[in-house]
Every structure is written in structure tokens, then in C-alpha cells.
Design a protein around this ligand. Sequence first.
Ligand code: ATP
Ligand code: MG
Length: 360
Amino acid sequence: PPNKSRRYKIASIPADGIGPEVVSAAIDVVSKLAKTLKTFTIEFTHIPWGTAYYKKTGAYADENVLDVLRSYDAALFGSVGAPDVPDHISLWGLLLAIRGPLQLYANVRPVRTFPGTQSPLRTVGAKGIDWLLVRENSEGEYAGHGGRSHRGQTWETATEVAIFTYTGIERIMRFAFTAAQTRPRKFLTVVTKSNSMRNGMVLWDEVALKVSKDFPDVNWDKMLVDAMTVRMVNQPDSLDTIVGTNLHMDILSDLAAALAGSIGVAPSSNLDPTRKNPSLFEPVHGSAFDITGKGVANPVATFWSAAEMLAWLGEEEAKEKLMGCVERVCEAGVLTRDLGGTASTKDVTKAVCDEIELLG
Ligand code: ATP
Ligand code: MG
């Protein structure tokens, strides 16, 4: 239940690459917002987990990672991964070590073309997009089941078993139908691959049909994931809320972010909809080592993630105000390189803080 005292304690885990740059920008912006609105207070505590921590201690995070996070209302995450550590080690060492045990089973990724920015989809006549992507975040293809036998031999075999449970599918379907219901178009597309995957994906389809009966006011359809990529590009206006598996939505959300204008504006929420555990908010993008330390990372994805965090904590109005400020800054043309501008991370951060100042 939203915290009545309206005093929030947030774990800040900037981790690797541009993570520290965009998270510190978001902390500046949210702290400024709290000081200006005076309707809530927020305190960020820095947690040093990530690749530097791993190189020092041999582990990406403390063993008691869950107990640590449970003492906060939410976590704001940057990104994990470094060029000299295999991605599967860093990812499982930190992000997946948090998501699974905390049962953050709903990964919500709104995607929108900001005012003043351009979507590559203008070539098909679309002004821009406004979608809500819901990714199953706890099982499926990333369940981590499988193994390798005959290591190092030419007959080595590896299995990567996707796990789909009725419970896992039902809860994400219910979440997605509910999310679709709260949006003006009340329209959901269920992504599947039940033509070639005849077990898990068929169960997925069956559960979608069953859950849909409880949402008579939501229109929905079903798309095979391959055809879905085409529809996202050719008929973007035909889509609104989209739900799919861990793997499918991982891929489709990168596509969606690029179609909206840049991965630098795409936020994500890792939610425990039961609210038993703190939820985690992070930009969709990775650690982007090609631009790390150059001061040019787009902080908007992390601003928006922090805004979603505020809404999840019950501060819906603060979220709307913050997003309004971000939109005005984009519209005024204060854009980073990925959006065709020349502004630095600091320029964008300062411009948003100046907009916030005007709210006071
Ligand atoms: P990871 O493995 O951590 O997901 P990645 O290499 O797959 O990393 P990203 O780190 O997301 O991918 O980067 C993909 C591209 O997008 C890079 O060229 C990067 O510079 C660019 N990019 C990512 N995030 C931002 C951002 N916030 N602002 C500007 N450019 C970005
Ligand atoms: Mg990536």
C-alpha cells in the first residue's frame, strides 16, 4: 500500500558504464522536484554494487541483497555490464539476482515519441508512437534452466529450457489486461509463437483466452512475434498495450524504443504487483561503454523511470509534473546527440531542474 507518511527511502544502484551518469542526473532532478513541490520527501542511499564491486570482492552484490533491498521503498538502477566481463556473468550477478527472488514479475515499458523529437516511423506516415509494453519478467526463456554436457568436445550439447507455468502466465496476463483497461484505447495485443512452439506458447494462448473473459471491455488480438515486428513498423497506430514473454518482449522493446526515437528515452519498471517487495526502476538501455564518461548520455530514460517510481509509490501528481517538465525541455530543443541534438547530460539535467523551479 502506498506509504502514507510520504517519506520515501530509495536504494540507488547506479552500477556500470553510463549508469552513474544518468542515475545521478535523475537523483538531482527528483530531489529538486521534492524540494519544490514540498508534498513528499525522498532520500537516496547509494549502493555500490556492480562490476567495480565484483572486481574487488568477487561478487556483483552482497549475499544479503534481498534483505538490503527490502529496507527501501524502491530501487533506482542504472545499468550493469562491462566490456571485460561476459554479459551473462554481470547480468545474472546483479540484475537477475534481484528480479527473480523479489518476484518482480511484471516489467513495464512505456514507449512514446516525445514532443520535439522524431520517430523513424514518420516515413510510414505515423507521427510517433505511444505504446505500453508488458514483459513477463520471472520465467520463460530466461528461467536459467538447462545445462551443458560434453564440455569442450565437438559433440558438446547445451539446453536452454523455457519454463512456462500456469501461475506465471496468468498473473502477467491479468496485469496486462488491467493495464490495457486503464488506457484510453483499452486494446491489448498478446504476442506469441504458438505455431512453432507447441507447449509453452500454446498454454500462453489458452491462458490469454481464459483471462480475457474477465475483461469484457478490453479488445484484444494475438500476434506471432515475427509478424509483430512487421506490424510495429508498418502499422504502428494499430497497437496500444502489448504483452509477451521474457525473450520476445526483451527484443520487441528495443525495437519499440528505437521506433520511438531513441533507446535513450525508454524507461522500465520491474514491479512486484503484490507490493510485498520493493520494485525496481531502470532505463531500458545498457551501460553504453562507447559513450561512457563523455557526458553525452541521454538522461531522459532514467528521468522517466524515476517518474514511474514516484507514481508507483503513490505520487502520481509528481510524476505528471516531472514528465511535463521533461516534455517542455525536449520541445525546446534541449536534446542529446542520440535525439539529433548537441546538449550534454548536464545541459538536459539543468534544463529540467530549471523547469521544475518554475513549478514552485
Ligand atoms: P547491454 O549489454 O548493457 O544491454 P548494449 O551494448 O546492448 O549494452 P546499450 O548499452 O543499450 O547496448 O547501447 C546501445 C547503443 O545505444 C550504444 O551505441 C549506446 O551508445 C546507445 N545508447 C544507449 N543508451 C544511451 C543513452 N542513454 N543515451 C545515448 N545513447 C545511448
Ligand atoms: Mg542490450
